[in-house]
Each structure stands twice: as C-alpha cells, then as structure tokens.
Design a protein around this ligand. Structure first.
Ligand code: GTP
Ligand code: MG
Length: 295
C-alpha cells in the first residue's frame, strides 16, 4: 500500500473539523474518478456521467488534527447547469479540475472560478490537471484519432493557479498520483485562513499593476504572457467588484486570444478595449468614493 500523509479513521469516529469541499470542472475531466480514488481507493475506466451531484466522505488524522472531508463532486456537463450552483453553499474549499489532454477544459477554469466566487466568495482552491498518465500512454484519443498528447503545460497550469492564489498539482486518478496530496494541500490552505484577507488588501494595487503589465505587453507578440496578464487583471477586478461590466468583455478576450492569430489589428483592438476597461474601473473607484462620502 502506498504511503499516505494521513492516518485513516473509522467512519463512525467524531472528528474535530468537518469540511465541505466542492469539486468543479467540465464534464469528463475526472472529478468523480478523483473523488472515488481518494475515498474508496478505486478506479474504473468506464465513464458514468454524474447526474447532479455525487458524494464522497473520508475521515483521517493529519498533522495531529482529525478531519471529516465531505466531498461534493458536482456534475460538469452543461445540461446539469440549472441546479448546480445550489450545491456550492457552505463549501470551505474548492478543487478545480481540468484534463491535461483537453485544452478546452483548461480554458473553462476562469468561468468555473467566476461562478463559485460569485456565490460563495474567495475560497482556498487547488487547481488540478488530471489524466497525467494519458499523454505518451500510446492510447488513441477518440476525438482526434491520434495518440493522446499533453495540451496544457505544467507552467500554463501553474500560472493560472498563481493568478487566483491557488495551489497547483498535476494528477492521475488512474495511477493514484498526487490524489492524497491534492486533498491535504486543500486542508492546509483552509487551515491557513489567511487567504481572503490577503487578497482584499492587495486588490486595488494589483488592478493598477495588472493594467500596467498589460499595457507593456500588448504591442509585443508574446500571446501567452498577454493571456496570463488578462487572467490576472480579470481576477483582481473580480475580487473588487464581481459585477463589474468589464468582466464579460475581458472573458471574451480570454476566450478569443488562444484561438486567433495575434495581428497588429488585434493588438490595437485589445488596446482600445483596455482603455475602456480602465475608464470604467476609474469611474467605479470615484463612484465608490461618492457613495461612501454620502454615508
Ligand atoms: N487515463 C485516465 N482516465 C481517467 C482519469 N480520471 C478519469 N478518467 C476517465 O475519464 C472519464 C471521465 O471521468 P469522470 O470522473 O467520470 O469525469 P467527471 O469529471 O466526473 O465527469 P461529469 O460527471 O460528467 O462531470 C472516465 O472514463 C474515467 O475513467 C485519469 O487520471 N487517467
Ligand atoms: Mg462525475
């Protein structure tokens, strides 16, 4: 049996901490596989799509404290969108999963982040690139008819995780790689509790920094850096004002950039959009002042 960073406790034992964790990400990325691997140490190759939500529980002692993790593994398929958000409440931490062989699932992470933050605020997050065993496994991807390849690099995943102050890990539910570490990393972050305070204090400053960085990059041609800065800016603005009208447009650019050539026309269009975002941002700061001076 593999070494574990915790001691498993009996299901009937009372624990000092009970944490509700939600597992989010697109359909088919392996959320259920991760949950079942962690809670039951099993893996199945066939896909049984989750209908609504699936639950896992595990009790263990870790760093001298006993925990119950109540894991809500939430359906990622679009068709279950209607009730999905009702499962988010009272979660203390989030596992955000993509599939390293499917870039689209990675590009959806900002949408998942926005969705849960709007409902439950900033929470400790572990970002997980799953199915690490598949690239170079020799197996053929039925979507392309070619062998599986890694479509999201470690650096790319880490960069996104950094932009939302999350921990990052690449995992394999099939190979039982980093599955325990993912859950104990989340427990560590929840226990630190520093998280939300740190973000709030820095948010104004980092929006200015985000704009400055984007302005310095936009006329160059390093699209991945521009993309990362856009993500950072978006998350900083989101922290300050989740309802900001510019967030939708920033999202459109985040979706568009990886798919299109970065020509000089695109660059000048982006520059124009950034000017508008900055104007709105400055106006919202002034309105914020006006509102507080009226109180
Ligand atoms: N090779 C490999 N396959 C995996 C891994 N994790 C999951 N799978 C497979 O990927 C498919 C989807 O996994 P699920 O865990 O059901 O995906 P999900 O994210 O829960 O999907 P929804 O319930 O629809 O949201 C299944 O066929 C799993 O066997 C992994 O680490 N490696
Ligand atoms: Mg599932």
């Amino acid at each position: 049996m593999a070494w574990q960073p915790y001691e498993i406790l009996d299901k009937t034992e009372n624990t000092e901490n009970i944490y509700k964790i939600i597992v989010l990400g697109d359909g088919f990325v392996g959320k259920t596989a991760i949950t079942v691997r962690f809670c039951e140490n099993q893996f199945k190759d066939e896909y049984i799509m989750t209908i609504g939500v699936n639950f896992g529980t595990k009790k263990f002692r870790y760093k001298g404290t006993s925990y119950t993790l109540q894991i809500w593994d939430i359906a990622g398929q679009e068709r279950f969108g209607a009730f999905r958000t009702s499962y988010y409440s009272a979660a203390v931490g989030v596992i955000l999963v993509y599939d390293v062989t499917n870039k689209l699932t990675f590009l959806d992470l900002p949408n998942w982040t926005c969705e849960f933050q709007q409902l439950i605020g900033t929470k400790p997050v572990v970002v997980v690139g799953n199915k690490l065993d598949l690239p170079d496994s020799g197996q053929v991807d039925s979507r392309t008819g070619r062998p599986y390849e890694k479509q999201v690099g470690f650096k790319e995943g880490k960069c996104f995780a950094d932009s939302i102050n999350a921990t990052f890990l690449e995992t394999s539910a099939k190979g039982n790689y980093n599955i325990d570490n993912m859950f104990t990393a989340l427990v560590d972050s929840v226990d630190e509790k520093l998280f939300s305070n740190m973000l709030n204090v820095n948010s104004f400053n980092s929006i200015d920094l985000g704009f400055n960085k984007l302005y310095s990059l936009v006329s160059g041609n390093d699209v991945s850096k521009i993309y990362d800065s856009l993500m950072m800016l978006k998350h900083s603005i989101f922290q300050q004002n989740p309802y900001s009208v510019v967030l939708g447009n920033i999202n459109e650019w985040i979706n568009y950039l990886p798919k299109a050539p970065y020509t000089s026309e695109v660059s000048s269009l982006l520059l124009k959009s950034m000017d508008v975002w900055q104007q709105y941002y400055e106006q919202s700061l002034k309105e914020g002042e006006a509102v507080s001076s009226r109180i």
